[in-house]
Design a protein around this ligand. Structure first.
Ligand code: BES
Ligand code: MN
Ligand code: ZN
Length: 507
């Protein structure tokens, strides 16, 4: 998606010869003497346009207005959440309308955060998954919405900065959705590693990939145990974004990369098992964050780690009761092979210590229990460090990618005790999201650590089935807040314009 930003009054928008114009109208009536202001005043006056967020009124070939199609959308008080709701509804209604370009204009000068919200909502709502659709699918030839111009009256530098941040973030969210959506036979551990290597072509990003031999040599016995039932070779992906000073402690992100979770020998039931292709959404979010970092160039160092493999039943598969030795040296009794996420993560968390991180954050579709606890509204947040928890919560609020903190009392770890190893990989059913987090906590030592359980938020089921790209928005917001205000120097090879301006941005 190409995004452009323009300073444009409502009077100017009236004259814009564009295929479609979406006008965002906050409470109150705009007072200009142009045709658009007059139309808005009349529609509001006669009660045909409500300014409640998400209410739409469409017109075609309106007199005195140059745009062919016109959609008026209420944004309530203009708060980012309302703008998001309105733009999602309007772009959703327009995206199948054989349209390649859309101008979104604010009737009244918006708050800077509302500009970012509009960009992100437009990008998210315009995204269409096509990768595994055949070439003969009916609507392939129809034009796709590919250019969105944001028109803002009284454009400020702050609004420009929000625009740039949103466009960069939207690119990351898009990448995360795309990889999470791909079926397991199109997103194997090998293919995820190739996607990570492709990211390393961007400035300041390096990537290194380990295979089964190297992982065995390191001693990642828990990760190997999960992968051993699959014909697909495991991959351990290590990404680095070098935006800070050399040697400066990085933030380390660890993403669960189970490319398909059958449950293994503790086999899952058939209904909805296809959705376990999304069990690498944590990994996809790490890829997406790096995509956004390349675009936004914050001044900090970030490491991304992804243990990627399938969890399959097989003659060679790990069995309930098997005991394996993790990279940390702790032995683990695998009582349930379906609790595989914590097994691949624990070795990656141990590995992460070598970077001496300033913060260590894992992202995982870890437990069905978290879906029961929080549904699809908020991700589960666990943290050993209050400052880190507060920063992540705040980032979630700002990015409208919410999370909710859950407890880590040591009493929750009681059920993980076993007579046959240092720890078992499951406890009972109560507080399943917490006991999973307690298992992970054994492998992070004293590092400031947080765990995001995105089992409920990473994808939607039912007819809207598809990846959401969460929590890329939250993570990018957090990382930008950790970095200095100024972006790192632009890569000369790309000749990128400085942040802001009227430059074109792709997302
Ligand atoms: N990937 C699943 C968690 C999951 C389940 C996410 C449903 C989203 C929807 C994970 O590997 C898993 O199977 N967890 C088990 C743990 C249990 C065996 C302790 C679960 O939640 O049932
Ligand atoms: Mn599982
Ligand atoms: Zn899983």
């Amino acid at each position: 998606m190409d995004f452009q930003l323009q300073s444009l009054s409502l009077a100017q928008a009236t004259k814009a010869r564009v295929p479609a114009l979406l006008v965002l109208v906050a409470d109150g009536v705009p007072s200009g003497d142009d045709a658009l202001s007059a139309l808005l005043a009349r529609a509001i006056g006669e009660g045909d346009l409500k300014t409640d967020a998400g209410k739409l009124l469409s017109a075609y070939g309106a007199t005195g207005i140059a745009a062919r199609r016109l959609v008026l959308a209420g944004i309530g008080d203009g708060a980012p959440a309302q703008v998001r709701k309105a733009v999602t509804a309007a772009v959703g209604a327009l995206k199948n309308a054989s349209l390649d370009a859309l101008t979104v204009c604010f009737a009244q000068a918006p708050a800077p955060l509302a500009v970012g919200a509009a960009v992100r909502a437009a990008a998210e709502s315009a995204y269409v998954y096509t990768t595994t659709k055949g070439p003969s699918a009916g609507d392939q030839a129809a034009p796709r919405l590919s250019r969105i111009t944001l028109a803002v009256p009284g454009l400020t530098a702050e609004a420009k900065a929000e625009f740039d941040q949103a466009v960069g973030t939207a690119q990351g969210i898009r990448m995360a959705r795309e990889w999470a959506n791909r079926p397991a036979n199109h997103a194997t551990p090998r293919q995820l590693a190739e996607a990570a290597k492709a990211l390393a072509k961007l400035p300041r990003i390096d990537c290194q990939v380990l295979g089964p031999k190297e992982v065995a040599k390191l001693g990642m016995g828990a990760f190997l145990a999960v992968a051993q039932g699959s014909e697909q070779e495991l991959r351990f992906i290590e990404l680095r974004y070098n935006g800070g000073a050399k040697g400066e402690a990085p933030v380390v992100l660890v993403g669960k990369g189970i490319t398909f979770d059958t449950g293994g020998i503790s086999l899952k039931p058939a209904p909805e098992m296809d959705e376990m292709k999304f069990d690498m959404s944590g990994a996809a979010s790490v890829l997406g964050v790096f995509r956004a970092l390349a675009e936004l160039r914050p001044r900090l160092n970030v490491v991304g780690l992804v243990p990627a493999c399938e969890n399959m039943p097989d003659g060679r598969a790990v069995k309930p009761g098997d005991v394996v030795t993790s990279l940390s040296g702790q032995t683990i009794e695998i009582l349930n092979t379906d609790a595989e996420g914590r097994l691949v993560l624990c070795d990656a968390l141990t590995y992460a210590a070598r970077f001496k991180p300033r913060a260590l954050i894992d992202i995982a579709t870890l437990t069905g229990a978290c879906v029961i606890a929080l549904g699809g509204v908020r991700s589960g947040l666990f943290a050993s460090d209050d400052a880190l928890a507060t920063a992540l919560q705040a980032a979630g609020e700002q990015a409208q990618d919410l999370c909710w903190r859950l407890p880590l009392d040591d009493d929750y770890a009681e059920g993980l005790k076993t007579n046959f190893a240092d720890v078992a990989n499951v406890a009972g059913r109560p507080a399943g999201a917490v006991t999973a987090a307690k298992f992970l906590q054994r492998f992070v030592g004293d590092l400031p650590w947080a765990h995001l359980d995105i089992a409920g938020t990473a994808w939607k089921g039912g007819t809207a089935k598809g990846a959401t790209g969460r929590p890329v928005g939250l993570l990018v917001q957090y990382l930008l807040a950790q970095a200095g205000a100024e972006p790192a120097a632009p890569a000369s090879a790309r000749g990128r314009k400085p942040a802001g301006g009227k430059g074109k941005r792709r997302a």
